[in-house]
Design a protein around this ligand. Structure first.
Ligand code: ADP
Ligand code: MG
Ligand code: MG
Length: 931
């Protein structure tokens, strides 16, 4: 298109150039050029708009061109602008590159005046219709172009209706509408100080400028701010001048809007509404109730046929579901607008698969059509779509999905009541690792403190459970076992519903719809797997999670965290015993009891994942995470001491009394004796001899384990080096479980992974344990289990030493949560609670690097590690198991740097599978998170 040209007819405009012509204009051009029935017209470009807004006058030559185009329109339609016989009327419509529905202005029926009105009556033989069109035009034009509010017009309308006992507008007769129109003209004169412009070109000039100005109207500006529409996405509005067609010319006319397929289900049936004998605005205004398009097949079969043809041609051309507007004038269908239809996840998936099967699009196009993250809607329960209740409070949407259940305030109760089959929502101020057993038995988690990366949020996401975090409006009173939100009190056992997708909390049970992996989704994901190079594994810590992950299509487990198993109620006491052990023997005794339990856990997971690899990470968190906090212990000890002293006082009471007042003592000796017995019984059942001593010992241990900086402290492989017996037990459990499974004929691919490795020496040391234990297992079980040994890469030094690490490791797995902390030197909790929001607001960082992988920094470290590792061992398997592994943009980057797999939480596996396919199909350079 020629540079500087500011007006294009629908026959000329480039349908791809939405920046210049706006979405509406570009599609009007495109539809005209592929032969669809669009009323003739032309587009004034967004460049003209910007120039106009800057100088407050139309750019040179534009007005002359408009006049030329109007003359051409007159010729094409055989009508005259302002004609008294056969008048040409037009609409003046806004439309920018991004759809901003209803935010800018459109004027219909422009060109009507005293003269052309007579022409319209002659042309249509319908006086009532003509006056109706005129009074509508006057009001709309006055409002948009002359800034006269609706009120005086609406009042006048009311007055006239009352005078003629008309209930609705449609009850008014021609001469009554004429009276109304004349009154409207007077209103315009009064408000603007000038008569209503009768010259159609003056009307057109005013209207074009008004539509241009609506780009900077408050509504439009607010909308762009709200939806973050930037100037490089849309700048200025185009103006579309379109010959009017009339849907209100009788019963062979009408108007409507439609989707080429059902946007909610994807079903291939035109979906929409229409009104017979009506103009476009009537459908939207809701004055009359439109009919579903399905009825048109009976009511207007010929039109319906035209509509089917329009549907087919739109789809075969755009290769996308279309959302279109149409008008029928005397039996002829015109298309007035089309754009890609916005659909929900279900609709997208079904229409993608079906459009591919119907031959409209290729598999690749089907895969590329859908943004992976919308699949989340299909993978977790959702609130019933027709539910419209008010929420009690709103927290952060921390883990998607909707869940209802009885409130409980602690993990033990959640476990007990959950076990007995009750639906439970665990409500706490915040959660800690020792609450984990409560998570297993709850359907959802609600916390009053903590962000989207708090313990509750991270664990709930990992388990695919709904979670709302940081819901500050809720005040929890643990002791009284109740919570308040405003003046509402919730007691333990009351039912609430949480929506982890929006953060809303509702009273009572809100109906939900369960996720369904539809046949279409299964098909689509099978195509994705065929297209993708990256494999998708899941993070899963229990056999139950492993089964679910497999159902979501995981090709193995990329991260099995052994500490999750340590935290369940039946093991935690043994783990604590191990930690509190004073001697190696004591510790070994506890480990000996843990061994069969861990072995069983691994067997369960290997069975669930038979035929697929399972990466087991050796113990990672610092030991104190398995013990209560010092503050907790101090409180308990104080409480117990107080109790002990009180009891002692009561026990000594008889002796004291005997000494001070023998008479009184004599009188109550009996009662005092019984009181003493009661105390003894109480002590026996509640205050064991050494309970305080035990707690004091634990407290000493907790204090000795306290670290200034636990994230950088005694954890990961450092534990394995200082307590070789712990890692040895775990390695033995893994290899024996594998041997036992293999004996049962189950194919197992165990991979042992060491966390927090910084030096080659550390890795070699642990490797030597593995080799030694493997030999023993081979001897004792008589079977040579195959395994892989590898390292997590989550310490910067390890990434730098990757070349040498790869001599010892057969695989690497990037732990990007820790690697991000290490690369930025940000401790995550502190960063997110204290300064990251300010960093994001001031633009120092674009994103939260713990959510969006920082490609330029952390990604660079990863790239170096991949290159160095592969230089040593070309077939080195490399994956990622941080939370980033489930995010589409990060997955694209992992693909680009040549990783073999990504591992993410179970419910995100389908999202990752689609993202992996798209990464391959696009072959794009992913955009970095941060500058
Ligand atoms: P919006 O962007 O708010 O949808 P439009 O420019 O699409 O505004 O116009 C609003 C209504 O007017 C639509 O229902 C459309 O179909 C109708 N309309 C616009 N131009 C014409 C025309 N030339 N003939 C008949 N109806 C029209
Ligand atoms: Mg429209
Ligand atoms: Mg880590």
């Amino acid at each position: 298109m020629a540079k500087g040209k500011m007006i294009y007819t629908f026959e000329e405009g480039d349908g791809k150039n939405k920046m210049l012509l706006g979405g509406k204009g570009a599609n009007l051009c495109e539809m005209t050029q592929i032969g669809l029935n669009v009323p003739p017209g032309f587009v004034i470009t967004t460049e003209a708009c910007l120039a106009f807004l800057e100088n407050n006058r139309l750019p040179d030559g534009v007005w002359e061109d408009v006049k030329k185009q109007m003359a051409a329109l007159e010729k094409k339609t055989g009508k005259g602008f302002g004609s008294a016989d056969n008048p040409l009327l037009v609409s003046v419509r806004s439309g920018s590159a991004m759809s901003m529905p209803g935010m800018m202005d459109t004027i219909l029926n422009l060109g009507l005046n005293e003269t052309s009105l007579q022409g319209l009556i002659k042309q249509t033989g319908n006086e009532r219709f003509a006056w109706d069109a005129y009074r509508r035009f006057i009001q709309l034009f006055a409002k948009i172009a002359l800034n006269i509010p609706d009120e005086p017009f609406d009042e006048k309308m009311k007055e006239v209706k009352t005078a003629y006992h008309a209930r609705q507008d449609v009850d008014l007769k021609a001469d009554q509408l004429k009276e109304l129109a004349e009154a409207f003209l007077a209103i315009v004169h009064r408000h603007s100080g000038k008569p209503f412009p009768q010259d159609p070109f003056e009307q057109l000039d005013i209207a074009i400028k008004a539509v241009f100005r609506s780009w900077n109207g408050k509504r439009a500006v607010d909308y762009r701010k709200q939806f973050k529409i930037t100037p490089d996405q849309a700048s200025g509005t185009a103006v579309n001048i379109v010959t009017m067609v009339f849907g209100n010319m009788g019963n062979d006319s009408g108007t409507g809007v439609g989707f080429t397929r059902n946007p909610g289900t994807g079903e291939n049936l035109i979906y929409g509404e229409y009104l017979v004998n009506a103009q476009g605005e009537d459908v939207v205004a809701g004055i009359r109730t439109p009919k579903p398009i399905a009825e048109m097949a009976q009511e207007m079969p010929e039109i319906y046929d035209q509509l089917i043809q329009l549907h087919n041609r739109l789809e075969s051309h755009y290769k996308e579901v279309q959302d279109f507007e149409f008008t029928i004038e005397k039996g002829i269908l015109y298309c007035l607008q089309t754009r890609n239809g916005k659909m929900n996840a279900r609709g997208m998936v079904r229409s993608s698969v079906e459009m591919c099967n119907e031959g409209f699009i290729t598999k690749e196009q089907a895969l590329l059509r859908i943004h992976p993250s919308i699949l989340e809607q299909l993978l977790v329960p959702q609130l019933a779509p027709n539910f419209k209740g008010n929420s009690l409070a709103q927290g952060l949407p921390a883990s998607p999905g909707a869940a209802s259940g009885h409130i409980v305030f602690d993990a033990d109760t959640a476990e007990a009541r959950g076990r007995s089959g009750e639906k439970i929502i665990l409500v706490r101020e915040e959660t800690k690792p020792e609450d984990i057993h409560g998570f297993f038995h709850a359907r959802g988690i609600l916390t009053s403190r903590g962000g989207k990366t708090s313990h509750a949020a991270v664990v709930a996401r990992g388990m695919g459970k709904a979670c709302v975090s940081g819901c500050e409006a809720i005040h929890i009173d643990d002791f009284a076992r109740k919570a308040t939100i405003g003046d509402m009190t919730l007691h333990e056992g009351d039912v609430i519903t949480i929506d982890g997708g929006t953060g809303h909390v509702y009273a009572g049970e809100v109906p939900t719809v369960e996720p369904e992996v539809s046949e279409e989704l299964t098909t689509l994901l099978t195509w994705a797997d065929q297209a993708a190079r990256l494999e998708v594994r899941a993070n899963a810590d229990t056999p139950g999670d492993a089964v679910k992950a497999r159902a979501f299509g995981a090709k193995g487990i990329g991260l099995c965290r052994t500490e999750r198993m340590f935290n369940s109620t039946d093991r935690l006491p043994i783990v604590q015993e191990m930690i509190l052990a004073e001697t190696l023997e004591e510790r070994q005794a506890a480990l000996d009891r843990l061994l069969p339990i861990q072995r069983n856990d691994f067997k369960g997971i290997f069975k669930a994942m038979k035929g697929l690899p399972v990466t087991v990470r050796l113990l990672d968190p610092p030991m104190h995470e398995f013990l209560p906090t010092a503050a907790q212990l101090e409180m308990e000890i104080t409480h117990l001491r107080h109790l002990r002293d009180t009891i002692k006082g009561i026990e000594e009471l008889p002796e004291t009394l005997k000494l001070l007042n023998p008479g009184l003592y004599q009188k109550y000796a009996d009662g005092l004796g019984r009181l003493n017995d009661a105390m003894t019984t109480f002590k026996e059942s509640h205050l064991e001899e050494d309970v305080i001593v035990k707690k004091e010992k634990t407290l000493r241990k907790v204090r000795s384990l306290a670290e200034v900086n636990p994230m950088l402290g005694h954890r990961g492989v450092r534990l394995g080096i200082t307590f070789p017996e712990i890692y040895s037990m775990q390695i033995q459990a893994v290899l024996e479980a594998a041997a036992l499974c293999a004996k049962e004929g189950i194919e197992v691919y165990p991979e042992i992974m060491v966390p927090q490795v910084a030096t080659v020496e550390e890795l070699m040391r642990i490797h030597s344990y593995v080799k030694r234990i493997h030999k023993i297992v081979v001897l004792t079980h008589g079977i040579d289990v195959q395994y892989k040994f590898g390292s997590m890469l989550e310490v910067v030094r390890a990434c730098m030493r990757a070349g040498r690490m790869a001599e010892d490791a057969e695989f690497f797995s990037f732990g990007t949560n820790d690697l991000t902390q290490a690369t930025f030197s940000f401790s995550r909790e502190d960063a997110e609670n204290k300064f990251l929001p300010a960093y994001n607001e001031t633009g120092i960082l674009q994103d939260n690097p713990f959510e969006v992988l920082d490609i330029k920094g952390v990604g660079e470290v990863m790239k170096i590690a991949v290159e160095r590792g592969r230089a040593t061992r070309p077939d080195l398997k490399i994956g990622i198991c941080g939370e980033h592994g489930g995010h589409p943009e990060s997955i694209a980057f992992c693909h680009e740097i040549g990783l073999n797999y990504v591992s993410c939480s179970g419910p995100r596996v389908p999202i990752a599978r689609l993202a992996a396919a798209q990464a391959q199909l696009k072959g794009v350079t992913a955009k970095g998170a941060n500058a």
